[in-house]
Design a protein around this ligand. Structure first.
Ligand code: A3D
Length: 320
């Protein structure tokens, strides 16, 4: 059976980490693409030279020509610029929109059958624009943010409850920004909802509020600590989970920036919602019931994404 081919568009901090994990997991052969050809080739060679030690046979290559991604089963897009301390994700829009145009056209020409996972920020607007530029079916283009935001939420909850991260499920909906909506009511420890754990005296509402706030600012916390660039280990792990769900038809239920066609009251929008990912790409949007307070928070978050999409349309009239 032929190996899967994974194209990583952007070979910076997240791209390099993705390549390392994909090779170690033997998820497929890996092509690192970057306008900085040396970085792509250097990282591919470095990981290939590590492969005899970790004992896996994925092939790795680096390139600055889109022809190299031909026939990719999965494309993971991190091309663009990350934020620096003091910047918001939205400050990246102008520069990264131009990058999405080049990437979308490259994927459309060379890997039109791929499942495309966008990570470039500001995420929800960039995945919407990437889909427009590529013309790929909406179910084959998705954004990674919810898995990461939920992983941060799960980590903080597991820490607070002193339980294994494996037993904490939690998810975050909405846009990937400070208005994201971590849902305590849908978060559990081994199936026990967080509100029940509070009633059992495991923690307090005030502590949960702190965790929700820390989750919302999770990306900024890392940016401030690193001083240069943004998070890359957790974002890469999160995108690999989504790629694996597609390649192995696992039907995982994961929060992702997916295209909405009326669900949650939104149309032609990419925003974070729970979806089923399998061999068909985004196979289903899971339309959970939100209470009035959750819906109001979700609407605020969606409004901020709408503002960014409008800014994309203003900058590039071909998107209008
Ligand atoms: P970085 O290490 O700077 O890598 C970006 C790479 O993109 C660099 O190697 C560039 O040379 C390359 N690049 C720039 N323009 C192009 C182009 N036109 N074609 C191909 N390659 C190009 O950044 P990073 O890997 O740390 O982050 C990548 C993106 O992910 C940024 O926009 C971050 O803001 C974003 N990010 C998103 C999340 C989410 O949860 C959504 C989390 C963390 C980072």
């Amino acid at each position: 059976m032929a190996r899967n081919k994974i194209a990583l568009i952007g070979s910076g901090m997240i791209g390099g980490t993705l390549a390392h994990i994909a090779a170690r997991e033997e998820l497929g052969d890996v092509v690192l693409f970057d306008i900085a050809a040396g970085v792509a080739k250097g990282k591919a060679l470095d990981i290939a030279e590590a492969s005899p030690v970790f004992g896996k046979d994925s092939k790795l290559a680096g390139a600055d020509d889109y022809a190299a991604i031909a026939g990719a089963d999965v494309c993971i897009v991190t091309a663009g610029v990350p934020r620096k301390p003091g910047m918001s994700r939205d400050d990246l829009l102008g520069i990264n929109l131009k990058v999405m145009k080049a990437v979308g056209e490259g994927i459309a020409k060379h890997a039109p059958d791929a499942f495309v996972i966008c990570i470039t920020n500001p995420l929800d607007a960039m995945v919407w624009a990437l889909r427009q530029f590529s013309g790929l079916p909406h179910n084959k283009v998705v954004g990674m943010a919810g898995v990461l935001d939920s992983a941060r939420f799960r980590h903080f909850l597991a820490d607070e409850f002193s339980v294994s991260v494996e037993d904490v499920t939690a998810f975050v909906m909405g846009g990937h920004g400070d208005t994201m909506v971590p849902l305590l009511r849908y978060s559990t420890v081994a199936g026990i909802p967080v509100p029940d754990l509070i009633a059992m005296g495991w923690s307090t509402d005030a502590k949960m509020e702190e965790i929700v706030k820390r989750t919302r600012g999770g990306g900024g916390e890392i940016v401030a600590l690193l001083g240069t660039g943004s998070a890359f280990y957790a974002p890469a792990e999160s995108a690999i989970e989504m790629a694996t769900a597609y390649l192995r038809d696992k039907k995982r239920v994961l929060p992702c920036a997916a295209h909405l066609t009326g669900q949650f009251g939104q149309d032609d929008m990419y925003v974070g919602v729970p979806v089923v990912i399998g061999a068909g790409g985004v196979e289903k949007v899971v339309e959970i019931q939100l209470n009035a307070e959750e819906q109001a928070m979700f609407d605020v978050s969606v409004d901020s994404v709408k503002g960014l999409v409008a800014a994309c349309k203003a900058l590039d009239p071909s998107l209008a």
